[in-house]
Design a protein around this ligand. Sequence first.
Ligand SMILES: Nc1nc2c(ncn2[C@@H]2O[C@H](COP(=O)(O)OP(=O)(O)OP(=O)(O)O)[C@@H](O)[C@H]2O)c(=O)[nH]1
Ligand SMILES: [Mg+2]
Length: 503
Amino acid sequence: MRFATCAMLNVLNYMNLIKLKDYNTNDTIAAIATFPAPSALGVIKISGKNSLPIISKIFLPKNKKNIKKAKTYTIHYGWIIGRPQTKDHRPKTKKAGKIIDEVLVSVMRAPGSYTKEDVVEISSHGGAIVLNKILEVILKTGARLALPGEFSYRALTNGRIDLLQAQSIADIVGAKSEEGLGLATKQLLGSVSRKLEEVKEDLKELYAHTEAAINFPEETADIRLDKLRQRLSGISKAVEALLTGANEARIFQEGLRCVICGKTNAGKSTLFNCLLRDERVIVSHIPGTTRDVIEETISIEGIPLRIYDTAGILEPADLITEKALEKTSKAFEQADLILAVFDGSRPFDKDDKIILDKLKNLRIQDKSAGLSSKKKIIFIINKNDLASKLHLKEAARKLGRVVYLSALKNKGIKGLEQAIARAVYKGSITHQDCIFLSQMQKNALAAMHGSLLEALTCLNKHYTVDFLHLSLRQALDDASRISGEIISEEILESIFSRFCIGK
Ligand SMILES: Nc1nc2c(ncn2[C@@H]2O[C@H](COP(=O)(O)OP(=O)(O)OP(=O)(O)O)[C@@H](O)[C@H]2O)c(=O)[nH]1
Ligand SMILES: [Mg+2]
């Protein structure tokens, strides 16, 4: 029993360390406080002594006043810029600052705020892309990403709320997950958090086995390795499935990367403008009009789409076209979905063949959107307002769905939008499969998977049980970072309640 008590104390010390290390109250912290799905508005919170200096570097107020001197409980209208102000660079115009979004900034000075620190809240347009871009520039300017429940933790330590209030807030917003994401995550997860709980329960039991094996080797000598391996590999597979779900949700969080490609004059830019419902890029009958990759964000049936218009040039003729080709191939490689535009008014030619061969060789990676590769290419036969001269071979049809339209006349666009939505929802991915996790939670899940694989290696290579024990411990720590809870007595309880150690 003496050994077990020592192990218990070690675990407790370790837990305290995690707590102190993780919640450093000297840092200025920031997080997206609303759910980053397509929505009208989104809020990002910054708390800490550098909140005002940080916002002053990334915010261009319409009234041009210094926001650092703003009074408490005031709201300011202006723009968040992507190029923060530095010693050598002070953007005076929206253009010079590379504007990200038009926003309202609320200032709440210490101690009159939720955390009792200087707090700045940015109300921007909703949607993951805008919110993440703003958060990114805040983090670059000196804030740290807030940990789960960290705003509430500060409110608690600074005496703004008491423990009971903290607990009820935790229940409501789910201090288990990243600030703000909590509520939506909780709503959306349901079965996922249950799954994670199951995995954790299993893991705790295995951990208890190894704890027992270390402390009472004689009594546990008969633990069957093959059984242990089987259970561990089951747990690892379950975590892998959760990880896949989290990666699939990426398209709803970051946007589906949708690249328009095709030979020159096929009508790519015309289609791009059509989908945007705007004359965003230049269209002309001169081949090689587009020389750069242009990105815009749209939403189709609730799916955020990052849509790219590319150059149709296939052979580099000079430095510019060489660069254009390079950029196009890069966009091509990173695509989740490809809209391959063909000119239906001209017979199939060698350029069409080059494009088709490229598509055939394309290895669309699973890590991207989780769409099956068949679903990832949509063939667009454009210019169907003219007489049809193109016959797309059967081989091409096998690569993806075919949609006929006229970008010039804006006919058939709805059909294309439906095909895009179908590719997303009816591929291997559905809304239900998605697991909405913050980047931090995703990292923890990936780390957990890594620790489980390590544990399996320990078993397979017959390392001593201490190594296995350590890896399992690590996996449990990673798991508790996903749900945001700090490991408590539950692990110890599980050790002593499931086993009659030292009976
Ligand atoms: N009749 C007809 N013409 C179209 C259609 N779509 C595009 N065009 C015309 O085709 C020409 C080329 O269109 P773009 O959209 O610039 O073609 P692109 O594929 O972007 O060409 P590059 O940028 O040079 O690679 C323009 O004159 C367009 O007006 C269509 O649906 N029907
Ligand atoms: Mg073009």
